[in-house]
Design a protein around this ligand. Structure first.
Ligand SMILES: CCCCCCCC/C=C\CCCCCCCC(=O)SCCNC(=O)CCNC(=O)[C@H](O)C(C)(C)COP(=O)(O)OP(=O)(O)OC[C@H]1O[C@@H](n2cnc3c(N)ncnc32)[C@H](O)[C@@H]1OP(=O)(O)O
Length: 156
Protein backbone atom coordinates (compact mmCIF):
# COMPACT_ATOMS: atom_id res chain seq x y z
CA UNK A 1 0.00 0.00 0.00
CA UNK A 2 1.26 3.50 -0.81
CA UNK A 3 1.98 5.95 1.99
CA UNK A 4 -0.89 8.37 2.47
CA UNK A 5 0.41 11.90 1.84
CA UNK A 6 -1.68 14.60 3.40
CA UNK A 7 0.22 17.16 5.45
CA UNK A 8 2.31 19.91 3.83
CA UNK A 9 5.45 18.35 5.31
CA UNK A 10 4.67 14.99 3.69
CA UNK A 11 5.40 16.67 0.35
CA UNK A 12 8.89 17.91 1.29
CA UNK A 13 11.46 16.03 -0.77
CA UNK A 14 13.49 13.48 1.21
CA UNK A 15 16.66 15.61 1.20
CA UNK A 16 14.67 18.45 2.79
CA UNK A 17 12.98 16.34 5.47
CA UNK A 18 15.56 16.37 8.27
CA UNK A 19 14.47 19.54 10.05
CA UNK A 20 14.22 19.06 13.83
CA UNK A 21 10.79 20.69 13.91
CA UNK A 22 9.11 19.45 10.76
CA UNK A 23 11.21 16.83 9.00
CA UNK A 24 9.37 13.55 8.71
CA UNK A 25 12.73 11.75 8.44
CA UNK A 26 14.15 13.18 11.70
CA UNK A 27 13.35 10.42 14.16
CA UNK A 28 14.36 12.62 17.12
CA UNK A 29 12.38 15.65 15.92
CA UNK A 30 8.85 16.90 16.48
CA UNK A 31 7.61 15.94 13.00
CA UNK A 32 4.82 18.52 13.02
CA UNK A 33 2.00 18.16 10.48
CA UNK A 34 0.26 21.18 8.96
CA UNK A 35 -2.91 21.28 6.85
CA UNK A 36 -5.22 23.81 5.21
CA UNK A 37 -8.37 24.67 7.15
CA UNK A 38 -10.10 27.00 4.73
CA UNK A 39 -7.88 30.01 4.13
CA UNK A 40 -5.88 29.31 7.30
CA UNK A 41 -3.39 26.56 8.05
CA UNK A 42 -3.63 24.47 11.18
CA UNK A 43 -1.28 22.21 13.13
CA UNK A 44 -2.05 20.44 16.41
CA UNK A 45 0.62 19.02 18.65
CA UNK A 46 0.99 17.78 22.22
CA UNK A 47 4.57 18.58 23.29
CA UNK A 48 6.25 16.15 25.66
CA UNK A 49 6.08 17.23 29.31
CA UNK A 50 9.85 17.73 29.60
CA UNK A 51 9.80 20.81 27.34
CA UNK A 52 9.53 22.97 30.41
CA UNK A 53 10.30 26.67 30.53
CA UNK A 54 11.65 27.48 33.98
CA UNK A 55 8.62 26.30 35.88
CA UNK A 56 7.28 22.78 35.55
CA UNK A 57 3.88 23.79 34.26
CA UNK A 58 4.83 26.04 31.35
CA UNK A 59 6.22 25.31 27.90
CA UNK A 60 9.75 26.41 26.94
CA UNK A 61 9.69 29.55 24.80
CA UNK A 62 12.27 28.22 22.35
CA UNK A 63 9.99 25.32 21.56
CA UNK A 64 7.12 27.74 21.01
CA UNK A 65 9.27 29.71 18.56
CA UNK A 66 10.28 26.48 16.76
CA UNK A 67 6.68 25.40 16.35
CA UNK A 68 5.68 28.79 14.94
CA UNK A 69 8.72 28.77 12.64
CA UNK A 70 8.10 25.33 11.16
CA UNK A 71 4.36 25.79 10.78
CA UNK A 72 5.06 29.07 8.98
CA UNK A 73 7.60 27.37 6.67
CA UNK A 74 5.08 24.72 5.66
CA UNK A 75 2.35 27.28 5.21
CA UNK A 76 4.61 29.41 3.00
CA UNK A 77 5.39 26.46 0.73
CA UNK A 78 1.72 25.45 0.51
CA UNK A 79 0.64 29.05 -0.16
CA UNK A 80 3.24 29.51 -2.88
CA UNK A 81 2.22 26.38 -4.72
CA UNK A 82 -1.42 27.39 -4.44
CA UNK A 83 -0.53 30.78 -5.94
CA UNK A 84 1.18 28.98 -8.83
CA UNK A 85 -1.97 26.89 -9.37
CA UNK A 86 -0.06 23.65 -8.93
CA UNK A 87 -0.64 20.51 -6.87
CA UNK A 88 1.57 19.66 -3.88
CA UNK A 89 3.89 16.80 -4.82
CA UNK A 90 7.40 15.89 -3.69
CA UNK A 91 8.63 17.10 -7.08
CA UNK A 92 6.80 20.45 -7.09
CA UNK A 93 6.86 21.51 -3.42
CA UNK A 94 8.89 24.75 -3.18
CA UNK A 95 11.65 24.97 -0.56
CA UNK A 96 11.52 27.76 1.99
CA UNK A 97 13.83 28.83 4.81
CA UNK A 98 13.31 31.40 7.53
CA UNK A 99 14.89 34.82 6.99
CA UNK A 100 13.18 36.51 9.94
CA UNK A 101 11.05 35.37 12.87
CA UNK A 102 9.36 37.51 15.51
CA UNK A 103 7.47 36.04 18.44
CA UNK A 104 5.36 37.85 21.02
CA UNK A 105 4.82 35.73 24.12
CA UNK A 106 1.42 36.84 25.40
CA UNK A 107 0.63 34.30 28.13
CA UNK A 108 2.27 31.21 29.62
CA UNK A 109 1.60 28.07 27.55
CA UNK A 110 0.50 25.25 29.84
CA UNK A 111 2.40 21.94 29.74
CA UNK A 112 0.12 19.00 29.08
CA UNK A 113 -2.33 20.88 26.89
CA UNK A 114 -2.79 20.38 23.16
CA UNK A 115 -1.30 23.26 21.20
CA UNK A 116 -3.02 24.57 18.10
CA UNK A 117 -1.12 26.69 15.58
CA UNK A 118 -3.15 28.74 13.14
CA UNK A 119 -1.36 30.32 10.19
CA UNK A 120 -2.43 33.17 7.92
CA UNK A 121 -0.79 34.18 4.66
CA UNK A 122 -0.09 37.89 5.10
CA UNK A 123 1.83 38.55 1.87
CA UNK A 124 3.32 36.73 -1.11
CA UNK A 125 5.83 38.78 -3.07
CA UNK A 126 7.88 36.63 -5.41
CA UNK A 127 10.25 34.49 -3.31
CA UNK A 128 9.21 36.31 -0.11
CA UNK A 129 6.21 34.99 1.82
CA UNK A 130 5.10 36.47 5.14
CA UNK A 131 3.08 34.27 7.46
CA UNK A 132 1.34 35.16 10.74
CA UNK A 133 0.86 32.38 13.29
CA UNK A 134 -1.21 32.26 16.48
CA UNK A 135 -0.32 29.62 19.05
CA UNK A 136 -3.35 28.65 21.10
CA UNK A 137 -3.67 26.44 24.20
CA UNK A 138 -6.82 25.90 26.24
CA UNK A 139 -8.57 28.60 24.21
CA UNK A 140 -5.94 31.26 24.94
CA UNK A 141 -3.63 32.84 22.34
CA UNK A 142 -0.37 32.30 24.23
CA UNK A 143 1.96 33.51 21.47
CA UNK A 144 1.77 35.38 18.18
CA UNK A 145 4.46 35.07 15.55
CA UNK A 146 5.32 36.55 12.21
CA UNK A 147 7.81 34.95 9.87
CA UNK A 148 9.42 36.01 6.63
CA UNK A 149 10.07 32.89 4.59
CA UNK A 150 12.27 32.97 1.49
CA UNK A 151 12.06 30.44 -1.30
CA UNK A 152 15.58 29.14 -1.71
CA UNK A 153 17.28 29.30 -5.07
CA UNK A 154 17.25 25.83 -6.57
CA UNK A 155 21.03 25.85 -6.91
CA UNK A 156 21.33 25.17 -3.15
C1 LIG B 1 20.08 27.61 4.66
C2 LIG B 1 20.30 27.46 3.19
C3 LIG B 1 19.22 26.72 2.48
C4 LIG B 1 19.53 25.30 2.19
C5 LIG B 1 18.34 24.49 1.84
C6 LIG B 1 18.07 23.42 2.83
C7 LIG B 1 17.89 23.95 4.23
C8 LIG B 1 17.29 22.95 5.14
C9 LIG B 1 16.71 23.63 6.37
C10 LIG B 1 15.51 23.27 6.83
C11 LIG B 1 14.70 22.25 6.16
C12 LIG B 1 13.26 22.22 6.64
C13 LIG B 1 12.43 23.23 5.98
C14 LIG B 1 11.68 24.01 6.96
C15 LIG B 1 12.51 25.11 7.50
C16 LIG B 1 12.09 25.52 8.86
C17 LIG B 1 12.63 26.84 9.20
C18 LIG B 1 14.13 26.83 9.41
O1 LIG B 1 14.59 26.50 10.47
S1 LIG B 1 15.13 27.30 8.12
C19 LIG B 1 16.78 27.41 8.86
C20 LIG B 1 17.06 28.81 9.37
N1 LIG B 1 17.20 29.74 8.28
C21 LIG B 1 18.35 29.80 7.57
O2 LIG B 1 19.31 29.11 7.81
C22 LIG B 1 18.38 30.82 6.47
C23 LIG B 1 19.75 31.50 6.38
N2 LIG B 1 19.67 32.58 5.40
C24 LIG B 1 19.86 32.35 4.08
O3 LIG B 1 20.16 31.24 3.64
C25 LIG B 1 19.67 33.52 3.15
O4 LIG B 1 19.83 34.72 3.86
C26 LIG B 1 18.24 33.51 2.48
C27 LIG B 1 18.06 32.21 1.65
C28 LIG B 1 17.12 33.65 3.52
C29 LIG B 1 18.13 34.70 1.53
O5 LIG B 1 19.29 34.76 0.71
P1 LIG B 1 19.20 34.88 -0.89
O6 LIG B 1 20.57 35.11 -1.38
O7 LIG B 1 18.44 33.70 -1.45
O8 LIG B 1 18.26 36.11 -1.15
P2 LIG B 1 18.43 37.67 -0.80
O9 LIG B 1 18.62 38.40 -2.08
O10 LIG B 1 19.43 37.88 0.30
O11 LIG B 1 16.99 38.00 -0.18
C30 LIG B 1 15.82 37.83 -0.99
C31 LIG B 1 14.84 38.90 -0.56
O12 LIG B 1 14.52 38.68 0.84
C32 LIG B 1 14.90 39.86 1.61
N3 LIG B 1 15.43 39.40 2.91
C33 LIG B 1 16.36 38.46 3.11
N4 LIG B 1 16.58 38.30 4.42
C34 LIG B 1 15.79 39.18 5.05
C35 LIG B 1 15.55 39.48 6.42
N5 LIG B 1 16.21 38.85 7.40
N6 LIG B 1 14.66 40.44 6.72
C36 LIG B 1 13.96 41.09 5.73
N7 LIG B 1 14.14 40.84 4.41
C37 LIG B 1 15.03 39.89 4.09
C38 LIG B 1 15.93 40.58 0.77
O13 LIG B 1 16.01 41.97 1.07
C39 LIG B 1 15.41 40.31 -0.63
O14 LIG B 1 14.33 41.18 -0.87
P3 LIG B 1 14.07 41.83 -2.33
O15 LIG B 1 13.93 40.68 -3.30
O16 LIG B 1 15.26 42.69 -2.62
O17 LIG B 1 12.79 42.60 -2.18
Amino acid sequence: MEDKLEAFQDFYPDDYSHCYGCGRLNEHGMQIKSYWDGEESVCRIHPRDYYTGGMKHIVYGGLIASLIDCHAAGTAAAAKIKELGQEMTRETMPRFVTANLNVNFKAPTPIGAEIELRGKVLEIKGRKVTIGVDLIAEGVVCAEGQALMIQVKETL
